[in-house]
Design a protein around this ligand. Structure first.
Ligand code: SF4
Length: 461
């Protein structure tokens, strides 16, 4: 089980010297438990004591780095089964599969799409993470040629072949980039383990539908000195994904609850399987792949190999990933203060919203897409939405009056009219009393804000 604060405290010097920046060893133990401090900050321990503490703090699921430098991605690192218990670390990378039997043009187009796919949501740029080159042709030379084409890609690499000779030929080209080797099976275990050690690369262990065998082979790899293992128990979709999801969950339970050393590794899911076996239309395969990717990500997949690159397929999966990997302990908030939209002058309208990230970026998107010209005051509600902060007493007349003063909006405009969100109506009178500004209650939904501003301007003429 995960080390408790008391377990960690017992391993600290208990002198409360404060040199780590905390008032006491207990406070430092709490920070370590929450992953908000690093062991190295305690200057009072020997290397051996630090090593012991590092061991106790090692996450249930080993963190593994694929790629090097700016291409590097980290997978695993999770401590808990449920996000609300702590948080989930290292968002699941989406790896785009490209096979070595594509024409040059098709191959390059797909890699370019993987590199350039990007969209912004709540201030964060959501992107794809790696490219998996698959030896679909079964030909070593073709695989080598394909790997040469991605040598200079800006994404991390996964090399997919079960043939050790072919894998070695590919590693000769990109082995120094620390690609993920895919993979070892019971039939090539020793050869793939040798390659992983020789090139210092992480290794995927593929054992379909047999966790006992997976345990045995994982133990063999660990005994051979392989530290960075990724577990692929197979992604099965015929007759539903239930068995696959069960196996993912079993592996993660064994890692987190039992600390079974053979299962304390990241799990790989391969929703791309639909494109290998499915007989449906391309659109249907894409939909099924996206749904499976979402289900596997919800069931502890730490890395996913997908085939489809249509934006309508990727957006829901990337959006789910962003939501799963936000830290539930921290409010998602933007900087409070004064924001400007469009062309402004002294008569420009002044709107108000809260600093909950989802609220802010929705309002921002609506104002920009509606070409609105206005000031936007953003109230610090500790990252709470409008209705929640009205109920929780963060959205008050006094707080808004203070924001008006601090933001200096009175020096920018020649009027004292504030447009508040519709959900803030219950405190409109309070705001007027505290600030001396006239309050107009705006729409409940910010998508109506640009039209609201246009009407206001017309009425003022
Ligand atoms: S530096 Fe170490 S010994 Fe000193 S208070 Fe911090 S944790 Fe305790």
């Amino acid at each position: 089980m995960r080390a408790t604060v008391m377990d960690i405290y017992r391993l600290l010097p208990k002198t409360n010297c404060g040199k780590c920046g905390e008032a006491s060893c207990m406070a430092f133990a709490t920070k370590l438990s929450e992953k908000e401090a690093d062991v190295s900050l305690c200057t009072q321990m020997t290397d051996k004591e630090k090593e012991k503490l590092d061991d106790a703090l090692a996450p249930a699921v080993r963190e593994i780095v694929i790629g090097t430098g700016e291409k590097a991605i980290t997978i695993g690192g999770d401590e808990v089964l449920y996000r609300y218990e702590l948080t989930f670390y290292n968002p699941t990378p989406l790896v785009i599969e490209v096979s070595d039997d594509l024409t040059d043009e098709e191959f390059e187009k797909k890699v370019k799409t993987a590199e350039e796919t990007e969209f912004e949501r709540t201030g964060e740029k959501l992107k794809l993470d790696a490219v998996a080159v698959r030896n679909k042709s079964g030909n070593t030379q073709k695989f080598v040629e394909a790997v040469k084409k991605v040598k200079d890609s800006k994404l991390a690499l996964v090399l997919c072949t079960f043939d050790p000779e072919t894998m070695k030929a590919a590693l000769e080209i990109v082995g120094d980039q620390r690609p993920l080797i895919y993979g070892a099976t019971e039939y090539n275990l020793q050869n793939m383990a040798d390659l992983a050690l020789e090139y210092d690369c992480p290794l995927t262990l593929f054992v379909p539908h047999d966790l006992e065998k997976m345990k045995e082979l994982s133990y063999s790899l660990r005994s051979a000195g392989i530290k960075d293992i990724v577990l692929d128990p197979g992604t099965f979709v015929k007759g539903g994904t239930g068995d696959t999801l069960d196996e993912f969950k079993m592996i993660r339970r064994l890692a987190v609850e039992q600390r079974d050393p053979d299962f304390r590794f990241p799990i790989m899911g391969v929703p791309a399987i639909y494109w290998l076996i499915g007989k449906e239309s391309e659109v249907e395969k894409g939909i099924r792949e996206a749904v499976t990717a979402a289900k596997l990500m919800n069931s502890y997949a730490d890395i996913l190999i997908i085939h489809g690159t249509e934006i309508w397929e990727l957006i829901p999966v990337l959006t789910l990933r962003q939501s799963l990997y936000t830290d539930p302990r921290k409010p998602q908030a933007v900087e409070p203060g004064l924001y400007e939209f469009g062309e402004l002058d002294e008569s420009s309208p002044v709107m108000l919203t809260t600093n909950f990230a989802l609220t802010y970026y929705t309002v921002e998107g609506d104002l920009k897409s509606g070409n609105a010209n206005c000031y936007l005051l953003v109230l610090d509600t500790n990252g709470r939405a409008v209705d929640v902060s009205v109920a929780g007493n963060q959205f008050t007349g006094k707080a808004v009056a203070e924001l008006i003063k601090e933001a200096g909006i009175e020096d920018r405009v020649n009027h004292k009219t504030l447009i508040i969100p519709g959900l803030g109506a219950p405190v409109s009178g309070e705001i007027e009393d505290e600030s001396g500004w006239e309050v107009l209650v705006g729409p409940r939904d910010s998508s109506a804000a640009p039209d609201f501003l246009v009407k206001l301007k017309q009425e003022a003429k």
